[in-house]
Design a protein around this ligand. Structure first.
Ligand code: SF4
Length: 423
């Protein structure tokens, strides 16, 4: 729960750019992994142990809490590195670790580090919450629970006065937005079986997202399946019933997506921030929901549904293998200099050209994800309407850019055109 008593908005951070995007767009906390032992080991660049201090420093400056995910199954040969990571997290003043294996829970507890229970433990009932309350103050519920079941657990925590090690009532966390597995949270062997690449070790190859056909081995007949993507659920979105979710008494709303780009984190966190604030100030409305949904569709998605929170037992399937985002980005230029006094950013165009009026995105480890419409620019020090590969471009920017930054053009995708035709 945040200090102003609103539900806590927890953002995914796969790298510094995504982390900065979360900080700039209203996250209350971030969660992230380092190196091998987290569920997104292969999804993105990940942080290293040496990044912990910088993560804490940059988050603390914005009053944002930091959660380190150590949520894989641990074997004996992992114990040494796990203990080292927990010790380093404690030294660096990370707020809490997100854990599933009892070895991690037990060690973090022994050194006095706050523990959050991972979705990998599939908490689905009050008695399990009571069991883990000896170790943990916050527990994420299994994604397969309905709103009614979440509320039953929250009511039970209050009624039975279930408190964590901090002495506070245990806080219930709920997944609010992002990818769902067709298997119960993380209990899936598809990737390990097909490609010897463990989903539990963060190396899922997403076999479920591909198209399949079913063959009768006796006759050789191939059965026709209406939806070829029979194992790929649509993504979860709760923004259209966020009011009902908050009213269950859940205290933390977790956004999935540590493998996602910074502009994804920026867009999703910005919309959920607005929605949470609108709920508490009494301005949550159908019109706003429609705008938020449209904005959420601009970034990676497999179409949306309310997941199991509305009591559905079977998933709704995506119908395509990739993203159905209504916008895409195309690389244009890299950052060169920033002149703070006149607030001018300088770029070298390396790929496609650009022109006035285009919707641009700049991303970088410290810059995060900044979007704007290009109103004017100079090419090689002369006012210009267009720039091409090899040009040096300068433009007025109210934020600092760096040589590590990349500039992209944002354009509509075929899904956006399709939606326009359908309307
Ligand atoms: S293959 Fe699909 S269902 Fe299995 S863990 Fe990976 S994303 Fe989840």
């Amino acid at each position: 729960m945040t200090r102003d008593n609103k539900i806590e908005l927890m953002a995914p951070a796969g790298d510094f750019a995504a982390m900065q995007a979360a900080l700039d767009n209203g996250a209350d906390s971030i969660y992230f992994g380092v190196e091998q032992l987290n569920m997104r080991a292969r999804a993105t660049v990940n942080f290293t142990m040496d990044d912990l201090e910088e993560i804490v420093e940059r988050c603390e400056a914005k009053g944002v809490r930091t959660y380190l995910t150590l949520n894989t199954i641990i074997f004996d040969h992992d114990l040494k590195v796990i203990k080292k990571l927990v010790d380093r997290a404690k030294e660096a003043k990370i707020t809490a670790v997100i854990a599933m294996d009892q070895a991690v829970i037990s060690y973090a507890h022994s050194v006095g580090l706050e523990i959050h229970i991972s979705t990998q433990l599939n908490i689905t009932n009050l008695e399990t919450v009571k069991f883990y309350s000896h170790f943990a103050d916050t527990m994420v519920m299994a994604r397969e629970l309905s709103l009614r079941q979440v509320k039953f657990i929250v009511d039970g925590i209050i009624r039975d006065d279930v408190r964590g090690p901090s002495g506070q009532l245990v806080e219930v966390e709920v997944f609010g937005h992002g990818a769902l597995c067709m298997a119960t949270s993380g209990k899936c062997y598809l990737s390990l079986h097909d490609e010897n690449s463990s989903a539990n070790r963060g190396a899922c190859k997403q076999e479920c997202r591909r198209a399949y056909e079913v063959k009768d081995l006796e006759t050789g007949n191939i059965l026709k399946i209406e939806n070829e993507y029979i194992m790929s659920p649509k993504d979860l979105a709760v923004i259209n019933f966020l009011d009902e979710l908050i009213e269950t008494g859940a205290k933390v709303l977790k956004i999935e997506g540590r493998g996602r780009a910074p502009e994804y984190v920026a867009t999703v966190i910005r919309n959920y921030r607005e929605a949470i604030d609108a709920y508490y100030d009494g301005t949550f409305s159908d019109e706003k929901v429609a705008d938020w949904m449209e904005s959420l569709r601009t970034v990676y998605n497999r179409d949306f549904w309310g997941g199991y929170l509305y009591g559905k037992e079977l998933g709704e399937w995506a119908g395509t293998s990739g993203s159905q985002a209504t916008q895409k980005k195309t690389y244009i230029a890299k950052g060169r200099h920033y002149y703070p006094k006149p607030e001018i950013g300088e770029f070298l165009v390396e790929a496609h050209g650009m022109k006035i009026g285009e919707h641009l995105l700049i991303t970088g480890p410290t810059t995060g994800a900044q979007e704007f419409v290009l109103e004017s620019m100079m090419v090689n020090d002369v006012n210009a309407e267009v720039a091409k590969r090899g040009d040096v471009v300068t433009m007025k920017l109210p934020f600092r850019i760096r040589p590590s930054d990349r500039m992209y053009k944002i354009e509509k995708t075929e899904f956006a055109q399709k939606k326009l035709i359908e309307q």
